[in-house]
Design a binder for this molecule. Structure first.
Ligand SMILES: [Zn+2]
Length: 107
């Protein structure tokens, strides 16, 4: 289990950041995927934006982007019709069989 997955279990959204080139390493890893440098783990901003969504019955699935780097798929809580580019917040993350993310649109 990676630090990323351990974080998710505690509802913490963390990612690795390269100490050399200062870029977020995504997907998270123990070394940088550009320069193979060492990384540190840090919390990611939980405020992002909506990139894409699709509706299936009453559930809305979406792709959300954080810190202009990280794209994650999850479910979206919304009472109105989502608009691409709209701000959203990561309200819950967890890790059971797989990664789970729940987002909520900000009005
Ligand atoms: Zn690097």
């Amino acid at each position: 289990m990676t630090k990323f997955e351990e974080g998710l279990k505690k509802d913490e959204f963390v990612c690795s950041e390269c100490l050399t080139c200062k870029k977020l390493v995504w997907p998270p890893n123990n070394f940088c995927n550009r320069c193979f440098g060492d990384v540190k783990w840090r919390p990611v901003s939980r405020c992002g934006k909506l990139v894409e969504f699709s509706k299936k019955d009453e559930t809305v699935f979406c792709i959300a982007e954080f810190e202009n780097e990280i794209r994650i798929m999850g479910s979206l809580k919304c009472s109105c019709v989502p608009v691409i580019g709209q701000s959203l917040k990561l309200v819950k993350c967890s890790h059971n069989e797989s990664e789970e993310f729940v987002f909520q649109l900000l009005i």
